[in-house]
Design a protein around this ligand. Structure first.
Ligand SMILES: [Zn+2]
Length: 466
C-alpha cells in the first residue's frame, strides 16, 4: 500500500477540519457567550453608508439596519468581530453603547422562562398564551382547536417544508359558503421573531373562545372568514429552539451550492415574485437575506401565495406579522414612490395606530414600508398588493423598539397581542363600516335592485387529516 504523500495528508487534515467545522456549525446548540448587542444612532448619510458596509459581513448581524440618519441601529456582533466594528465606530467618531455584552445570558433567561411544557406548570388547563411554545406544542394546539371547534374551524395543510414539517392555515368561518370577505393574518416567516407566532396564536384563541359569547367577536366571525397561518416557517422556528436562537431564514439547502453546507436557508420574505432580487436582497446563500434560487422556490412563500390566490377575490385585507421595532406599514417596500392607494392606506394606518395606542398606550410608527423601515424586495405584502390585487396589505413590526429585540420577555406577549389585535380589528371594522355606508348610499341613490357581491372562484380544500 503506497504511503500517503504529504500533500495527501494535508488535504486529509483540511477535509477533517472542514468536516469538524461543519459538524460544529450544524449540530451544536449555538452559544452566544461574549456576543455583544450594540446600539448607535448615525448622524449623517455618510455614517449610514459606512455602517451599511458591514451588512455583507456574516460576523455582523444587524437587528435594526442602518437606514436613515438619526434612526436607531442595533447590531449583534460576535467576539471575533467586535474589535473591528468598535474600531471603525471609534474612527468615525460615532458614539455607541453596549446593550448587553453577553447575549447568552438573555437566551438562558428566555430558555428558563419558556422551557417546553412550561404551559402545564402551575396552570389549571389548556394552552397558555403568555409563554413561547416549541413547534410540537403549537401543532398540537392547532390540532386541538380544530377538534374542539369543528363547526367553525378548518385546519388546512398548505404544504410541506424542506425538513418535512407542515405549514398550517387555520380557517375560521361560521358559514357563508366562501362568499364572505376574508381577513388573512400570517406570522413567523422569520423564525427568530417569536412574538409574531405567539401573537397569532393569541388571536386564534381570542376569536374562538369569544364566538357566541362576545357580540363584537361574534359579529367579526359572522361577517368575515378568518385565515390565520400562525407559523409560516416551522423549520426555521424549530432551529431557533434547538440549535440557534437567532436563526432568521428557513433551512433549505440552496440548489447549485452543494458545497456550501454551512450556509443554509433562504429568506422566504425575499422570495416572492415581486421585484425579485431587488434592493436589500442577496444572491449568496450565506447571507441572512438570501433571496433563493428563483421566485417561489420555497415552500413558505408558496404556501402564502397558494392560500392568498385561492381567496383573492374576496380577500379584504392581509396582515404579515414580524418583529421588532413597532411599525405598521403598507406597500411598497421596493420603492419609495407612493402606492396608488396611498391616501386610503394612510387613513387605515391612522385608524389602526389610534386603536393600538389606546390598548396599552404603546407608541408605534407607521407609513409606507420603504420609507418607514428599509427597502425590501420580493416581500409578501408587496406581492399580495401588486400581484394578488389585495388593496389593503399590511406588514407589522411588533414590540419592542430595541431594548430586548427578538428576545422579547414573555411578559410582553399578552400586551403585544392585545394592541395588535386592536389595530387589526379596527381596520376590519372601519372597512366594514365604509362598505356599509357605500352600499346604503348605492341603494338609496339608485333604482338598481341588485348590489354586486364578491364571489370566490376557487376554494381551499386541502383539509388536514391527522
Ligand atoms: Zn421579519
Amino acid at each position: 500500500m503506497p504511503k500517503p504523500s504529504p500533500m495527501m495528508k494535508s488535504s486529509f487534515t483540511q477535509f477533517c477540519v472542514l468536516l469538524l467545522l461543519i459538524i460544529s456549525k450544524t449540530s451544536a446548540f449555538q452559544n452566544f457567550t461574549g456576543h455583544k448587542l450594540i446600539g448607535m444612532v448615525p448622524r449623517s448619510p455618510d455614517e449610514v453608508m459606512a455602517l451599511r458596509n458591514f451588512m455583507d459581513d456574516p460576523e455582523v448581524d444587524f437587528w435594526l439596519e442602518p437606514t436613515h440618519e438619526l434612526q436607531n441601529v442595533t447590531v449583534h456582533v460576535n467576539p471575533e468581530a467586535v474589535q473591528k466594528l468598535e474600531g471603525t465606530l471609534r474612527d468615525m467618531g460615532l458614539q455607541y453603547y453596549t446593550i448587553t455584552d453577553d447575549l447568552e445570558k438573555w437566551i438562558e433567561r428566555e430558555r428558563e422562562e419558556n422551557y417546553p411544557g412550561s404551559h402545564l406548570q402551575g396552570r389549571t388547563t389548556g394552552f397558555a398564551f403568555d409563554v413561547y411554545h416549541p413547534l410540537d406544542e403549537i401543532v398540537a394546539y392547532l390540532d386541538d382547536v380544530s377538534r374542539k371547534y369543528p363547526n367553525i374551524t378548518k385546519l388546512l395543510n398548505m404544504g410541506d417544508t424542506y425538513e418535512g414539517n407542515i405549514i398550517y392555515l387555520l380557517k375560521i368561518s361560521s358559514g357563508g359558503n366562501d362568499t364572505r370577505p376574508a381577513v388573512w393574518i400570517d406570522a413567523g416567516i422569520h423564525s427568530r421573531e417569536w412574538i409574531a407566532p405567539a401573537t397569532a396564536l393569541y388571536m386564534i384563541n381570542h376569536l374562538l373562545v369569544n364566538y357566541g359569547n362576545d357580540k363584537y367577536v361574534t359579529n367579526l366571525i359572522d361577517t368575515h372568514d378568518w385565515y390565520i397561518m400562525p407559523l409560516v416557517n416551522p423549520d426555521g422556528y424549530l432551529h431557533t429552539w434547538n440549535w440557534n436562537r437567532l436563526w432568521r431564514k428557513n433551512r433549505a439547502l440552496a440548489p447549485g451550492f452543494p458545497g456550501v453546507l454551512i450556509c443554509r436557508g433562504t429568506d422566504p420574505n425575499r422570495n416572492f415574485d415581486i421585484f425579485f432580487g431587488g434592493p436589500s436582497t442577496s444572491s449568496t446563500p450565506c447571507s441572512s437575506i438570501y433571496k433563493g434560487d428563483h421566485p417561489f422556490s420555497e415552500a413558505e412563500s408558496s404556501a402564502i401565495r397558494d392560500g392568498v390566490m385561492a381567496i383573492r377575490d374576496r380577500l379584504l385585507t392581509y396582515f404579515s406579522l414580524h418583529s421588532f421595532s413597532q411599525l405598521w406599514m403598507t406597500p411598497h417596500g421596493y420603492t419609495t414612490l407612493k402606492a396608488p392607494d396611498f391616501k386610503e392606506h394612510m387613513e387605515l394606518l391612522t385608524v389602526a395606530i389610534t386603536a393600538v395606542e389606546a390598548a396599552n398606550g404603546m407608541h408605534y410608527k407607521y407609513g409606507p414600508s420603504a420609507q418607514t423601515l428599509y427597502a425590501t424586495s420580493g416581500s409578501a405584502s408587496d406581492w399580495v398588493y401588486d400581484v394578488a390585487g389585495v388593496r389593503y396589505s399590511f406588514s407589522v413590526e411588533l414590540r419592542d423598539r430595541g431594548v430586548f429585540g427578538f428576545l422579547l420577555p414573555r411578559t410582553e406577549i399578552i400586551p403585544t397581542s392585545e394592541e395588535t389585535w386592536a389595530g387589526i380589528t379596527a381596520i376590519v371594522s372601519h372597512l366594514q363600516a365604509k362598505e356599509k355606508a357605500k352600499s346604503t348610499s348605492t341603494t338609496n341613490s339608485s333604482t338598481a335592485t341588485t348590489v354586486a357581491t364578491t364571489t370566490n372562484t376557487e376554494s381551499l380544500n386541502t383539509t388536514v387529516t391527522s
